[in-house]
Design a protein around this ligand. Sequence first.
Ligand SMILES: [Fe+2]
Length: 386
Amino acid sequence: MPSNGCAGRTKQKEINSIEIPKTYYGEGCYKAIINELKNKNCDKILIIISLSIENMDIMKELLKILDENTISYDIYKKPSGEPTIGTIGKMMHNVCHKNKADAIIAIGGGSTIDLAKIVSVINRTVSPLQTLSNIIDTKKVITEISKTTLFVLPTTGSGSEATDISIVKNNSGEKVALIDPLLLPDIVLLDPLWTLTLPQSIIASTGLDALSHAIEAHISKKKTYMTKTFSSYSINLISSNLLQSITNPNKINNREKLMIGTFYAGIADKHAGVGLIHALSYPLQDLYEIPHSIAVSLFLKFVLEEYYGDFVDHIDEDILIRCIEVINRCMNFTGYRNYLIKLRNRLNLDRMVASCLKRERLLINNPWPISKSQIKNIYKKWSEVI
Ligand SMILES: [Fe+2]
Protein backbone atom coordinates (compact mmCIF):
# COMPACT_ATOMS: atom_id res chain seq x y z
CA MET A 1 0.00 0.00 0.00
CA PRO A 2 1.49 3.42 -0.89
CA SER A 3 2.52 5.57 2.05
CA ASN A 4 0.79 8.94 2.51
CA GLY A 5 4.03 10.40 3.90
CA CYS A 6 4.25 12.53 7.04
CA ALA A 7 2.64 15.59 5.48
CA GLY A 8 -0.36 13.53 4.41
CA ARG A 9 -0.98 12.03 7.86
CA THR A 10 -1.17 15.19 9.93
CA LYS A 11 -2.26 18.68 9.11
CA GLN A 12 0.74 21.03 9.09
CA LYS A 13 0.48 23.38 12.08
CA GLU A 14 1.19 27.04 11.57
CA ILE A 15 4.62 28.03 12.88
CA ASN A 16 4.61 31.10 15.14
CA SER A 17 7.42 33.30 16.33
CA ILE A 18 7.69 36.25 18.69
CA GLU A 19 9.97 39.11 17.69
CA ILE A 20 10.83 41.68 20.33
CA PRO A 21 13.49 44.40 20.17
CA LYS A 22 16.38 44.23 22.67
CA THR A 23 14.84 46.03 25.65
CA TYR A 24 16.19 47.95 28.63
CA TYR A 25 13.76 49.01 31.35
CA GLY A 26 13.78 50.91 34.64
CA GLU A 27 14.58 54.36 35.98
CA GLY A 28 17.69 55.81 34.32
CA CYS A 29 18.08 52.99 31.78
CA TYR A 30 18.32 55.53 28.93
CA LYS A 31 22.02 55.89 29.72
CA ALA A 32 22.57 52.36 28.32
CA ILE A 33 22.32 54.04 24.91
CA ILE A 34 25.96 55.16 25.16
CA ASN A 35 27.46 51.69 25.48
CA GLU A 36 25.16 50.36 22.77
CA LEU A 37 26.29 53.14 20.41
CA LYS A 38 29.94 52.49 21.21
CA ASN A 39 29.58 48.73 20.73
CA LYS A 40 28.07 49.35 17.31
CA ASN A 41 30.77 51.93 16.41
CA CYS A 42 28.11 54.61 15.89
CA ASP A 43 29.45 58.15 16.31
CA LYS A 44 27.03 60.18 14.17
CA ILE A 45 23.47 60.19 15.40
CA LEU A 46 20.19 61.58 14.21
CA ILE A 47 17.78 62.27 17.08
CA ILE A 48 14.12 62.59 16.10
CA ILE A 49 11.99 64.11 18.86
CA SER A 50 8.41 65.16 19.51
CA LEU A 51 8.12 68.93 20.03
CA SER A 52 7.46 68.63 23.77
CA ILE A 53 10.78 66.87 24.40
CA GLU A 54 13.15 69.70 23.46
CA ASN A 55 13.07 71.59 26.75
CA MET A 56 13.01 68.63 29.12
CA ASP A 57 15.90 68.56 31.61
CA ILE A 58 16.48 64.89 30.88
CA MET A 59 16.92 65.70 27.16
CA LYS A 60 19.61 68.21 28.06
CA GLU A 61 21.22 65.54 30.24
CA LEU A 62 21.22 63.04 27.35
CA LEU A 63 22.88 65.58 25.01
CA LYS A 64 25.51 66.31 27.68
CA ILE A 65 26.35 62.61 27.96
CA LEU A 66 26.58 62.31 24.16
CA ASP A 67 28.98 65.32 24.10
CA GLU A 68 31.11 63.83 26.87
CA ASN A 69 31.44 60.67 24.80
CA THR A 70 32.25 62.61 21.60
CA ILE A 71 29.19 61.28 19.80
CA SER A 72 27.96 63.92 17.35
CA TYR A 73 24.28 64.45 16.67
CA ASP A 74 21.66 66.38 14.76
CA ILE A 75 18.18 66.89 16.17
CA TYR A 76 15.00 66.89 14.10
CA LYS A 77 11.84 68.19 15.77
CA LYS A 78 8.89 66.42 14.25
CA PRO A 79 5.80 68.56 13.61
CA SER A 80 2.66 67.26 15.35
CA GLY A 81 0.48 64.68 13.62
CA GLU A 82 1.18 61.57 11.56
CA PRO A 83 4.18 61.73 9.22
CA THR A 84 3.22 62.65 5.66
CA ILE A 85 5.22 62.07 2.50
CA GLY A 86 5.87 65.85 2.51
CA THR A 87 7.26 65.84 6.09
CA ILE A 88 9.46 62.87 5.35
CA GLY A 89 10.71 64.45 2.09
CA LYS A 90 11.59 67.72 3.82
CA MET A 91 13.36 65.88 6.57
CA MET A 92 15.37 63.70 4.18
CA HIS A 93 16.42 66.80 2.27
CA ASN A 94 17.23 69.08 5.23
CA VAL A 95 18.62 66.65 7.76
CA CYS A 96 19.35 63.12 6.58
CA HIS A 97 21.36 64.00 3.44
CA LYS A 98 23.78 66.14 5.44
CA ASN A 99 23.83 64.03 8.57
CA LYS A 100 24.54 60.52 7.14
CA ALA A 101 23.67 59.11 10.54
CA ASP A 102 24.82 55.65 11.51
CA ALA A 103 22.14 55.40 14.19
CA ILE A 104 18.76 57.01 14.80
CA ILE A 105 17.25 57.71 18.22
CA ALA A 106 13.51 58.36 18.37
CA ILE A 107 12.21 60.07 21.51
CA GLY A 108 8.49 60.74 21.80
CA GLY A 109 5.05 59.37 21.07
CA GLY A 110 3.66 57.04 18.42
CA SER A 111 3.90 59.32 15.38
CA THR A 112 7.52 60.27 16.18
CA ILE A 113 8.45 56.60 16.49
CA ASP A 114 6.55 55.81 13.26
CA LEU A 115 8.52 58.51 11.42
CA ALA A 116 11.85 57.23 12.77
CA LYS A 117 10.99 53.68 11.68
CA ILE A 118 10.49 54.85 8.09
CA VAL A 119 13.65 56.98 8.12
CA SER A 120 15.67 54.02 9.45
CA VAL A 121 14.79 51.98 6.36
CA ILE A 122 15.16 54.70 3.70
CA ASN A 123 18.12 56.61 5.18
CA ARG A 124 20.80 54.67 3.33
CA THR A 125 19.04 54.26 0.01
CA VAL A 126 20.16 56.20 -3.08
CA SER A 127 16.71 57.77 -3.64
CA PRO A 128 14.94 57.76 -0.28
CA LEU A 129 11.71 59.35 -1.52
CA GLN A 130 11.43 57.00 -4.48
CA THR A 131 12.01 54.11 -2.08
CA LEU A 132 9.29 55.49 0.20
CA SER A 133 6.83 55.79 -2.70
CA ASN A 134 7.55 52.17 -3.62
CA ILE A 135 7.02 51.10 -0.03
CA ILE A 136 3.67 52.93 0.14
CA ASP A 137 2.51 51.58 -3.25
CA THR A 138 3.49 47.97 -2.60
CA LYS A 139 3.04 48.18 1.23
CA LYS A 140 6.32 46.26 1.43
CA VAL A 141 9.90 47.16 2.30
CA ILE A 142 12.51 45.86 -0.12
CA THR A 143 14.41 43.17 1.75
CA GLU A 144 17.87 44.13 0.53
CA ILE A 145 17.66 47.57 2.18
CA SER A 146 20.50 48.21 4.63
CA LYS A 147 18.73 49.55 7.67
CA THR A 148 20.12 52.22 10.04
CA THR A 149 20.09 51.04 13.67
CA LEU A 150 17.02 52.42 15.43
CA PHE A 151 16.86 53.18 19.16
CA VAL A 152 13.49 54.13 20.67
CA LEU A 153 12.81 55.98 23.92
CA PRO A 154 8.99 56.02 24.13
CA THR A 155 7.37 58.77 26.17
CA THR A 156 3.61 58.31 25.83
CA GLY A 157 2.79 54.58 25.97
CA SER A 158 1.64 54.22 22.38
CA GLY A 159 3.20 50.74 22.09
CA SER A 160 4.64 51.64 18.68
CA GLU A 161 8.09 50.79 20.05
CA ALA A 162 7.11 47.10 20.07
CA THR A 163 5.65 46.85 16.57
CA ASP A 164 6.81 46.65 12.96
CA ILE A 165 3.95 48.93 11.90
CA SER A 166 4.26 52.56 10.81
CA ILE A 167 1.25 54.75 10.06
CA VAL A 168 1.86 57.43 7.41
CA LYS A 169 -0.41 59.74 5.45
CA ASN A 170 -0.29 59.25 1.69
CA ASN A 171 -0.66 62.04 -0.89
CA SER A 172 -4.46 61.85 -0.62
CA GLY A 173 -4.29 62.41 3.15
CA GLU A 174 -5.33 58.82 3.94
CA LYS A 175 -3.63 56.96 6.74
CA VAL A 176 -1.73 53.94 5.44
CA ALA A 177 -0.37 51.19 7.69
CA LEU A 178 3.02 49.98 6.51
CA ILE A 179 3.91 46.63 8.03
CA ASP A 180 7.30 45.01 7.61
CA PRO A 181 9.82 43.24 9.89
CA LEU A 182 12.46 45.87 9.02
CA LEU A 183 10.31 48.53 10.68
CA LEU A 184 10.75 46.90 14.11
CA PRO A 185 13.04 49.06 16.30
CA ASP A 186 16.40 47.48 17.21
CA ILE A 187 16.74 48.69 20.80
CA VAL A 188 14.00 49.99 23.12
CA LEU A 189 14.65 51.83 26.39
CA LEU A 190 11.61 51.93 28.69
CA ASP A 191 12.62 54.67 31.09
CA PRO A 192 9.85 56.19 33.23
CA LEU A 193 11.95 59.33 33.82
CA TRP A 194 11.02 60.44 30.29
CA THR A 195 7.29 60.30 31.07
CA LEU A 196 7.16 62.49 34.17
CA THR A 197 6.13 65.72 32.44
CA LEU A 198 3.37 64.20 30.31
CA PRO A 199 0.01 66.01 30.61
CA GLN A 200 -2.73 64.03 32.36
CA SER A 201 -4.84 64.02 29.20
CA ILE A 202 -2.11 62.23 27.21
CA ILE A 203 -1.40 59.66 29.95
CA ALA A 204 -5.14 58.92 30.12
CA SER A 205 -5.89 58.66 26.39
CA THR A 206 -2.75 56.76 25.36
CA GLY A 207 -3.18 54.47 28.38
CA LEU A 208 -6.75 53.65 27.33
CA ASP A 209 -5.62 53.09 23.74
CA ALA A 210 -2.96 50.66 25.02
CA LEU A 211 -5.55 48.90 27.21
CA SER A 212 -7.63 48.49 24.08
CA HIS A 213 -4.62 47.00 22.22
CA ALA A 214 -4.23 44.46 25.02
CA ILE A 215 -7.94 43.56 25.25
CA GLU A 216 -8.45 43.29 21.47
CA ALA A 217 -5.26 41.22 21.03
CA HIS A 218 -6.29 39.02 23.97
CA ILE A 219 -9.51 37.95 22.24
CA SER A 220 -8.17 38.11 18.65
CA LYS A 221 -8.60 35.11 16.36
CA LYS A 222 -4.82 35.29 15.83
CA LYS A 223 -4.00 34.98 19.55
CA THR A 224 -1.64 32.22 20.71
CA TYR A 225 -0.65 31.00 24.19
CA MET A 226 2.39 33.23 23.98
CA THR A 227 0.59 36.40 22.84
CA LYS A 228 -1.96 35.82 25.62
CA THR A 229 0.88 35.92 28.17
CA PHE A 230 1.75 39.42 27.00
CA SER A 231 -1.87 40.60 26.64
CA SER A 232 -2.99 39.29 30.03
CA TYR A 233 0.00 40.80 31.87
CA SER A 234 -0.64 44.00 29.97
CA ILE A 235 -4.34 44.16 30.93
CA ASN A 236 -3.33 43.65 34.59
CA LEU A 237 -0.49 46.17 34.55
CA ILE A 238 -2.45 48.90 32.77
CA SER A 239 -5.69 48.46 34.72
CA SER A 240 -3.77 48.51 38.05
CA ASN A 241 -1.49 51.47 37.30
CA LEU A 242 -3.17 53.84 34.83
CA LEU A 243 -5.34 55.83 37.24
CA GLN A 244 -2.51 56.18 39.78
CA SER A 245 -0.16 57.34 37.01
CA ILE A 246 -2.64 60.06 36.06
CA THR A 247 -3.42 61.27 39.57
CA ASN A 248 0.06 60.86 41.13
CA PRO A 249 2.40 61.70 38.25
CA ASN A 250 5.52 61.53 40.41
CA LYS A 251 4.94 57.94 41.56
CA ILE A 252 7.64 56.43 39.44
CA ASN A 253 6.78 52.85 40.39
CA ASN A 254 3.32 53.16 38.77
CA ARG A 255 4.80 54.86 35.70
CA GLU A 256 7.33 52.08 35.24
CA LYS A 257 4.67 49.35 35.48
CA LEU A 258 2.39 51.29 33.12
CA MET A 259 5.25 51.59 30.60
CA ILE A 260 5.91 47.87 30.69
CA GLY A 261 2.16 47.23 30.36
CA THR A 262 1.84 49.45 27.29
CA PHE A 263 4.96 47.83 25.76
CA TYR A 264 3.46 44.35 26.33
CA ALA A 265 0.23 45.58 24.72
CA GLY A 266 2.31 46.59 21.69
CA ILE A 267 3.88 43.12 21.52
CA ALA A 268 0.43 41.48 21.75
CA ASP A 269 -0.91 43.85 19.07
CA LYS A 270 2.04 43.15 16.74
CA HIS A 271 1.51 39.39 16.91
CA ALA A 272 -2.26 38.95 17.42
CA GLY A 273 -3.63 42.23 16.04
CA VAL A 274 -6.38 44.55 17.21
CA GLY A 275 -9.99 44.18 16.07
CA LEU A 276 -13.46 45.66 16.37
CA ILE A 277 -12.76 48.62 18.68
CA HIS A 278 -9.92 49.97 16.55
CA ALA A 279 -11.86 49.30 13.32
CA LEU A 280 -14.82 51.33 14.67
CA SER A 281 -12.50 54.17 15.70
CA TYR A 282 -10.77 54.78 12.35
CA PRO A 283 -13.70 56.62 10.70
CA LEU A 284 -13.55 59.20 13.53
CA GLN A 285 -9.88 59.73 12.72
CA ASP A 286 -10.21 59.72 8.93
CA LEU A 287 -13.48 61.66 8.54
CA TYR A 288 -13.44 63.99 11.56
CA GLU A 289 -9.74 64.29 12.48
CA ILE A 290 -10.20 62.97 16.00
CA PRO A 291 -6.80 61.88 17.46
CA HIS A 292 -6.23 58.11 17.43
CA SER A 293 -6.16 57.52 21.19
CA ILE A 294 -9.29 59.62 21.78
CA ALA A 295 -11.17 57.87 18.97
CA VAL A 296 -10.30 54.46 20.41
CA SER A 297 -11.19 55.56 23.96
CA LEU A 298 -14.61 56.70 22.75
CA PHE A 299 -15.48 53.15 21.65
CA LEU A 300 -13.64 51.10 24.26
CA LYS A 301 -16.17 51.10 27.11
CA PHE A 302 -19.17 51.10 24.76
CA VAL A 303 -18.03 47.93 22.96
CA LEU A 304 -17.03 46.18 26.22
CA GLU A 305 -20.52 46.78 27.62
CA GLU A 306 -22.37 46.08 24.37
CA TYR A 307 -20.66 42.69 23.92
CA TYR A 308 -20.09 41.99 27.62
CA GLY A 309 -21.08 38.32 27.38
CA ASP A 310 -18.72 37.70 24.47
CA PHE A 311 -15.81 39.34 26.31
CA VAL A 312 -16.49 37.28 29.44
CA ASP A 313 -15.92 34.17 27.30
CA HIS A 314 -12.31 35.30 26.90
CA ILE A 315 -11.44 37.51 29.89
CA ASP A 316 -11.91 36.79 33.59
CA GLU A 317 -15.07 38.65 34.67
CA ASP A 318 -13.45 40.33 37.72
CA ILE A 319 -10.70 41.72 35.48
CA LEU A 320 -13.23 42.88 32.91
CA ILE A 321 -15.24 44.71 35.60
CA ARG A 322 -12.03 46.35 36.87
CA CYS A 323 -11.18 47.45 33.31
CA ILE A 324 -14.60 49.05 32.85
CA GLU A 325 -14.24 50.89 36.20
CA VAL A 326 -10.78 52.14 35.24
CA ILE A 327 -12.03 53.28 31.81
CA ASN A 328 -14.93 55.16 33.46
CA ARG A 329 -12.61 56.99 35.84
CA CYS A 330 -9.83 57.71 33.32
CA MET A 331 -12.12 58.97 30.54
CA ASN A 332 -12.72 62.21 32.45
CA PHE A 333 -9.03 63.04 32.20
CA THR A 334 -8.78 62.55 28.42
CA GLY A 335 -10.59 65.76 27.49
CA TYR A 336 -12.91 63.75 25.22
CA ARG A 337 -15.82 66.15 25.72
CA ASN A 338 -14.06 68.81 23.64
CA TYR A 339 -13.92 66.34 20.78
CA LEU A 340 -17.58 65.36 21.19
CA ILE A 341 -18.52 69.01 20.68
CA LYS A 342 -16.59 68.85 17.40
CA LEU A 343 -18.54 65.75 16.37
CA ARG A 344 -22.05 66.85 17.35
CA ASN A 345 -24.44 67.12 14.38
CA ARG A 346 -21.66 66.19 11.97
CA LEU A 347 -21.78 62.40 12.15
CA ASN A 348 -22.67 60.68 8.89
CA LEU A 349 -23.31 57.08 9.89
CA ASP A 350 -23.35 55.68 6.34
CA ARG A 351 -19.93 57.17 5.59
CA MET A 352 -18.65 55.85 8.91
CA VAL A 353 -19.89 52.34 8.11
CA ALA A 354 -18.26 52.43 4.66
CA SER A 355 -15.00 53.69 6.17
CA CYS A 356 -15.07 51.07 8.94
CA LEU A 357 -15.61 48.24 6.44
CA LYS A 358 -12.34 49.25 4.75
CA ARG A 359 -10.58 48.02 7.91
CA GLU A 360 -11.17 44.39 7.05
CA ARG A 361 -7.59 43.63 8.18
CA LEU A 362 -8.82 44.43 11.74
CA LEU A 363 -12.42 43.20 11.57
CA ILE A 364 -11.31 39.66 10.64
CA ASN A 365 -9.48 39.41 13.98
CA ASN A 366 -12.72 39.72 15.94
CA PRO A 367 -13.69 36.33 17.42
CA TRP A 368 -17.38 36.70 16.55
CA PRO A 369 -18.54 37.68 13.05
CA ILE A 370 -19.46 41.34 12.51
CA SER A 371 -21.80 42.22 9.65
CA LYS A 372 -22.37 45.54 7.92
CA SER A 373 -25.78 45.93 9.60
CA GLN A 374 -24.24 45.23 13.02
CA ILE A 375 -21.64 47.95 12.44
CA LYS A 376 -24.41 50.36 11.49
CA ASN A 377 -26.36 49.41 14.63
CA ILE A 378 -23.30 49.91 16.83
CA TYR A 379 -22.69 53.38 15.38
CA LYS A 380 -26.38 54.29 15.72
CA LYS A 381 -26.58 53.20 19.36
CA TRP A 382 -23.21 54.76 20.16
CA SER A 383 -24.19 58.09 18.59
CA GLU A 384 -27.33 58.17 20.77
CA VAL A 385 -25.40 57.75 24.03
CA ILE A 386 -22.31 59.90 23.51
FE1 LIG B 1 -4.24 52.13 19.02
